[in-house]
Write a protein that binds this ligand. Structure first.
Ligand code: PLP
Length: 394
């Protein structure tokens, strides 16, 4: 068979991953409500979903999808530029722009697709993209696709960024500085005020991927609104799959930038529009984010309760890392917590640097204080925090 060489290739790659302890597998998991999951016949309390506001199972968000399927059908039928631009898109985009205080917004298929498409629409050969050293894989995907020069600056270090720009800004055409509002593996926040100033001083455009800040920080509007006054960020990207609980992503920006995206972002032009039911659910979710301040405040409150109970520093977001160091130590701790009924994923290389394997906890509006206390007791019983564990980033 001619496919034998293909299977040999795949198996050799898989064996190498196994040998390095990096082989992964997907596990059937049913999320029975916002915080419980069923896996392998067991019910566990999850502290590793990104559903920060519990909106995946919210009655209004689910009802919006069901109604839209009846009214619009199951799929968009074509790309947005052909016939896939059902009127729910415009409703969602204007709500997002209003919430973020920008002229316009543009919805993409996912966060990964947004980052893959936005960067090449704004930079090309001869241009420069500078990314925070801990930036998400999707940023690098977009940067590489742009064929611009790619550099990284030291994590959350505006001085390092300024030095880089002083050295080389003059040699390039357009320049983009790209960072996250909240870093997904460390839960720390970017110094967006100082980054915005450095970028503006060097004629560079700042883009913030606020996947983990939108809906949780700044009263729901995102990480930039944690600063007073909030910095003027020309490119505000976020996803609708985490706090919003659905799927899709957005860029909020000026009207010409958004118009350019609809013309030139290849991950928008050459892909089918999102199903109307998805957009309808996103509209319901954004309405909740814009109006339910109590719910929006809860994830960070729960994270603070947990950190207080286990003796970690005050968290900056709803993501709390507990670095245990060795990969096996992280796996052992995760297994022990699972035995106690809690699902907490160990995060290992290559997702994080070697020697910083960790437990990563995420807290949501639907976790009760009692559930958080029970988790803290189980973590304290591991006596990890006194056994060489450390926090990074914060
Ligand atoms: C999750 C995530 C993405 C990808 O978003 P999806 O909508 O899941 O594709 C992009 N950037 C960051 C920082 C993320 O955490």
């Amino acid at each position: 068979m001619s496919n034998e060489s293909l299977d040999r290739f795949a198996n050799a790659k898989l064996h190498r991953l196994t040998a390095h302890g990096l082989r992964r597998s997907v596990v059937d998991t049913q999320r029975t409500d916002a915080v419980h999951i069923r896996r392998g016949g067991r019910d566990l309390l999850s502290f590793c979903c990104n559903d920060y506001l519990g909106l995946t199972h919210h009655p209004a968000v689910k009802a919006a999808a069901a109604e839209a399927v009846e009214a619009y059908g199951a799929g968009a039928g074509a790309s947005r530029l052909i016939t896939g631009n059902h009127d729910l898109y415009g409703v969602l985009e204007s709500k997002l722009a209003t919430l973020k205080g920008t002229e316009a917004a543009c919805v993409f298929g996912s966060g990964y697709m947004a980052n893959s498409g936005i960067l090449p629409a704004l930079a090309g050969p001869g241009d420069l993209i500078i990314i925070d050293a801990l930036g998400h894989a999707s940023m690098h995907m977009g940067a590489r696709a742009s064929r611009a020069e790619i550099k990284t600056f030291r994590h959350n270090d505006p001085d390092d960024l300024a030095e880089l720009l002083d050295d080389c800004r003059g040699s390039f055409g357009t320049c983009l500085v790209v960072t996250e509002g909240v870093f997904s593996m460390d839960g720390d926040r970017a110094p967006l005020d100082r980054l915005a100033t450095v970028a503006a001083d060097h004629d560079a455009w700042l883009m913030v991927d606020d996947a983990h800040g939108f809906g949780v920080l700044g009263g729901g509007r995102g990480s930039a609104w944690e600063f007073d006054p909030h910095p003027d960020i020309p490119l505000q990207m976020g996803t609708l799959s985490k706090a919003a609980g659905v799927y899709g992503a957005f860029l909020c920006a000026s009207a010409p930038v958004i118009d350019l995206m609809k013309n030139r972002a290849r991950s928008l032009v050459f892909t089918t529009g999102l199903p109307p039911s998805v957009i309808a659910s996103c509209i319901a979710a954004v309405d909740i984010i814009a109006t339910d301040a109590d719910r929006v405040a809860q994830p960070l409150n729960r994270a603070k309760d947990f950190c207080h109970a286990v003796g970690l520093p005050v968290p900056e977001s709803s993501i709390v890392p507990l670095v245990v160091g060795a990969e096996q130590a992280a796996i052992d701790a995760s297994v022990a917590l699972e035995d106690a009924g809690f699902l907490v994923t160990p995060i290992r290389p290559p997702t994080v640097p070697a020697g910083t394997s960790r437990l990563r906890f995420t807290f949501t509006a639907e976790h009760t204080p009692a559930q958080v206390s029970a988790l803290a007791a189980a973590v304290n019983a591991l006596s990890l925090t006194t056994a060489g564990a450390q926090v990074v980033g914060g």
